[in-house]
Design a protein. Sequence first.
Length: 189
Amino acid sequence: MKNLLELDTLTIAKELLGYTFVHESVEGTAGGIIVETEAYLQGDPACHAYRRKSVRNAPMFGEAGTIYVYQIYGMHFCVNISTNKKDVGEAVLIRALQPTLGVELMQARRNTEEIKNLCSGPGKLVQALGIHKQMNNWHILDSDLKIISPSVQIVESEIVTTTRIGITQGADLPYRFYLKDNKFVSRKG
DNA sequence: CGTAAGATGAAG
DNA sequence: TTCATCTTACGG
């Protein structure tokens, strides 16, 4: 994983597919297999770090592995992992997981029994894993979050590349990746 | 200062 | 398809 974080952002976004993303909290362990990601790059108008470093987007400029949690639409949160060197504002958004760990806990947090509805969206997985704003700007190696490499490596033919969800700027850029035929990816796509 | 848009989700 | 909900960025 130390290795993983040294790669370029688009490669990391693809590599992350198949990794297990976990949060170990006092309530218990919860997590799943990453099945959908999006990359946000320098010079990309959809990137929160497109214009200027600010209080909000500062974690994107941190060392690779810095956690970026932000609130969206006044009610949901999304989690990113900063990539590239310090002072380069790039990151990978974790968009969906296939639930594997702490399913019961995630069902309680999400208030639904439906496995398909636990982590099939960036806001959903944040809620299911109990990720909160306090983790913003921490480094993942120094946090309760973990990313664990897959036992069987994902091959290129299993990865689908498309445009990103929910953006208006840079809408034509092919920076979204998900596992082919996986039923836990977020809806519109 | 005022305000519009935003990397969404749930319900109708 | 609509609406809930509120912070941040940007213009005046």
